[in-house]
Design a protein around this ligand. Structure first.
Ligand code: ZN
Ligand code: ZN
Ligand code: ZN
Length: 330
């Protein structure tokens, strides 16, 4: 993995705070409580304004993949066409004051506090006016791209809407135009009627392994009531989401090799209308297979575990959460 200073702005890997592969104990870990001086000053904390007795702490990334500029939303013209400069902000959300490495080691209440701070940051980044989108994501394990063991996630705000979101938005907008309904609400209904890819469906949150998923055990978590913007979520929704996210991630951490995974929040761009054009959701992607030549060359994915099998296995594993069994890989 590249060191943070090996790429131009905008092309850096999303590593956080220190160069990768540097072993850290809790004594030297910059994210542990008591070591606040090792990071830039906090942008936000829970409780607000806490300097030492904090539960969650948000700091600017010391090695940002993107940097703010005086002239946001500008584009540089070149022989390559319009080149997007690496404009944005890059924040690290430290999810515990203790040196824990897994979501399963923190409580559901603590994860709720993390989700609430995501919401708070998205509200504030939207208010800033320079950014159109903020990608919340988490890298866990070496193949998940994590550079620091202490449990953390990241928020990258950008002046443009990322391609993946744009593709999802375009599909959803076409569907809304043709039917007047939300693509994701319809997907939930279709999955409910078939039932075979649903892991759980309660308390206003549905967990499913999507039809024709790209990667083994790819799992989506969606609010069942329509909502386009994550930052509009109620406290109740975030508590319900935390419970489901905690349960599913804990299973993956217990059952998957080296517990490498990513999760990310997909939400509507800040400046888009509240409507049926998008429905926020969390995508959880365990890193159990490598992207190889065929995937890179064709954009097609060979998934050895069908979503039906993945959903059934995750459902079973959730019930027997601390068992030593492993998830089937074919
Ligand atoms: Zn630590
Ligand atoms: Zn919807
Ligand atoms: Zn998505």
């Amino acid at each position: 993995m590249a060191r943070p200073n090996e790429f131009a702005a905008g092309a850096k890997a999303t590593q956080s705070a220190i160069p990768p592969t540097e072993p850290l104990s809790s004594e030297s870990c910059p994210f542990c409580v008591g070591h606040e001086a090792l990071t830039p000053p906090a942008i936000a904390t829970d409780p607000a304004g806490a300097t030492d007795h904090w539960l969650v702490r948000v700091v600017p990334n010391k090695f940002p993949a993107l940097e703010p500029a005086a002239t946001p939303r500008s584009m540089e013209a070149s022989c390559w066409g319009q080149v997007l400069p690496g404009l944005g902000t890059h924040e690290v959300v430290i999810e515990s004051n203790q040196h824990v490495e897994r979501t399963g080691e923190i409580s559901v209440e603590q994860l709720t506090s993390v989700l609430r701070i995501y919401r708070q940051r998205l509200v504030e980044l939207a208010r800033d006016g320079r950014w159109r989108y903020a990608q919340v994501f988490k890298n866990v394990g070496k193949s998940g791209g994590a550079s620091l063991a202490h449990l953390h996630s990241q928020i990258l705000a950008t002046a443009t809407v990322p391609t993946t979101i744009k593709t999802e938005l375009d599909h959803a907008a076409r569907h809304a135009q043709a039917t007047g309904r939300c693509l994701f609400c319809d997907l939930i209904e279709r999955e409910r009627s078939e039932g075979v890819r649903i892991v759980s469906d309660e308390a206003g949150v549905v967990v499913l392994c999507p039809f024709a998923s790209r990667l083994p055990y790819e799992t989506w978590v969606l609010p069942t009531a329509h909502d386009s913007h994550f930052e509009d979520s109620s406290d109740e929704m975030l508590a319900a989401l935390a419970a489901k996210l905690h349960a599913i991630v804990k299973v993956m951490e217990e059952q998957l090799p080296e517990a490498a995974y990513n999760y990310l929040i997909h939400t509507a761009p800040f400046d888009s209308l509240r409507g049926p054009h998008y429905h926020w959701h969390v995508e959880i992607i365990p890193r159990v297979t490598m992207m190889a030549g065929f995937e890179l060359g064709s954009g097609y994915f060979i998934n050895p575990v069908s979503p039906e099998k993945a959903a059934a296995a995750l459902k079973r594993m959730q019930l027997e959460s601390t068992s030593a069994r492993t998830l089937p890989m074919s």
